[in-house]
Design a protein around this ligand. Structure first.
Ligand SMILES: NC(=O)c1ccc[n+]([C@@H]2O[C@H](COP(=O)([O-])OP(=O)(O)OC[C@H]3O[C@@H](n4cnc5c(N)ncnc54)[C@H](O)[C@@H]3O)[C@@H](O)[C@H]2O)c1
Length: 354
């Protein structure tokens, strides 16, 4: 078990990482007035654990599982249930679930009575290494992902790998997408990944890799809480193309698209001479260990249009965060036509099996 302290201008959080943290730290919350938010899948698997640590009379609000549950209607339902349960200004919202639960419950905590205490207990690999840390909350609105949200730091995060035992393989792969991204940003994480490349899906390894990933994110968030100075932007490595493909091709998880995006963008990094061949190959091999194969998509030209709306772009150009060397990345801006040409080149080289 290890703790990470995260200090930002707005708050101080402590993140408890490792096996046993749930049973050690969650019961300590019992003295407070608690309101637990979870989703239907997590509730089905873990209701007895929730009752065991918080008591069987703790108010629990269960939202439907999946991204479609992250909406204004469910946000209002949470706020209504909190009022109905008599939650006071000093109550604590416990977000126990994946990133969907963390985002919507975090938003509810930031709004209820102008803000109440928030504890995140992330139960997916992605939510442990990414969404539970950093204080971004949101719901989707009018078809726009994360259109309504706040910055609101949790006081505490409890990241225990005990929850990985019930995660479907697809969700593990989704979390690995972000973990490989951290590998491209941080040499220690990259070493850990390459040393364990044959057992990336093993729970013992996953339990080990969560801590350095959170540490990396916490450091970035400390320096750039509100995504203003460019530091936090680096966490979007692979995401420009990954997100564009996710919106256009669909049918895979966010993390899988991050890996596919990284793979296509590595082609750009090579062509531009930003990244040495040997290092690019090392990252590509890791991506392939997780994904098996990378799709050679027909339609990259249409998908490229979605990258035009990426939040990192500040002009007509498409902004990419590209790997340079171990622990180093660089922002590169490409004219839209050039970007499309690069994606076509990456796709063709995949088709030719290069
Ligand atoms: N706030 C941020 O900084 C941030 C960062 C990245 C992603 N996100 C958001 O996070 C969300 C994605 O998070 P996610 O990948 O955790 O998805 P999710 O919350 O939808 O969880 C994925 C699936 O796993 C199930 N699940 C959760 N824990 C489980 C467990 N222990 N065992 C079995 N099943 C379990 C869920 O019910 C769901 O079906 C997106 O909405 C994304 O926008 C937010």
């Amino acid at each position: 078990m290890k703790d990470i302290d995260l200090k930002t201008a707005s708050a101080e959080s402590v993140i408890h990482c490792g096996e046993g943290t749930f049973l050690k730290y969650a019961p300590l919350l019992r003295e407070r007035q608690l309101f637990v938010v979870t989703d239907a899948n997590v509730f089905a698997y873990y209701r007895y654990d929730i009752w065991k640590v918080f008591g069987d009379d703790v108010p629990i609000h269960v939202i439907p599982a999946g991204e479609s549950g992250k909406n204004i209607r469910n946000l209002i339902a949470i706020l209504r249930a909190m009022l109905g349960a008599g939650m006071k200004r000093n109550c604590t919202v416990v977000a126990l679930g994946g990133g969907v639960v963390g985002d919507i419950a975090g938003l509810a905590a930031s709004l209820y009575m102008r803000g109440v205490h928030l504890v995140q207990i992330p139960t997916t690999l992605l939510s442990q290494v990414d969404s539970s840390v950093g204080g971004k909350t949101a719901v989707d609105f009018e078809g726009v992902k994360n259109a309504v949200g706040t910055f609101y730091q949790p006081e505490e995060v409890i990241a225990d790998p005990m929850f990985f035992g019930t995660l479907p393989q697809r969700e593990i792969r989704c979390g690995l997408g972000e973990i490989v991204k951290y590998g491209a940003l941080n040499a220690d994480i990259l070493n850990l990944l390459t040393e364990n490349s044959e057992n990336l899906f093993d729970n013992a390894f996953l339990g080990k890799v969560v801590y350095p990933c959170i540490l990396h994110k916490a450091k970035v968030v400390t320096e750039d809480e509100r995504d203003l100075t460019g530091q936090r932007k680096t966490l979007n490595l692979g995401h420009t193309t990954g997100h564009a493909f996710e919106l256009f091709f669909r049918r895979k998880s966010h993390g899988e698209f991050v890996l596919i995006g990284m793979y296509y963008e590595l082609y750009v990094a090579r062509k531009r001479g930003i990244c040495a061949d040997e290092y690019a190959t090392k990252l590509e091999n890791l991506i392939l260990k997780v994904m098996g194969a990378i799709p050679a998509y027909d339609g990259v030209e249409e998908a490229a249009h979605y990258a035009r709306f990426d939040k990192k772009n500040d002009d007509e150009n498409v902004s990419l965060i590209l790997p340079v060397s171990e622990g180093k990345c660089e922002e590169v801006k490409l004219a839209f036509e050039e970007y499309t040409k690069m994606l076509r080149g990456a796709r063709d080289s995949l088709k030719e099996g290069k």
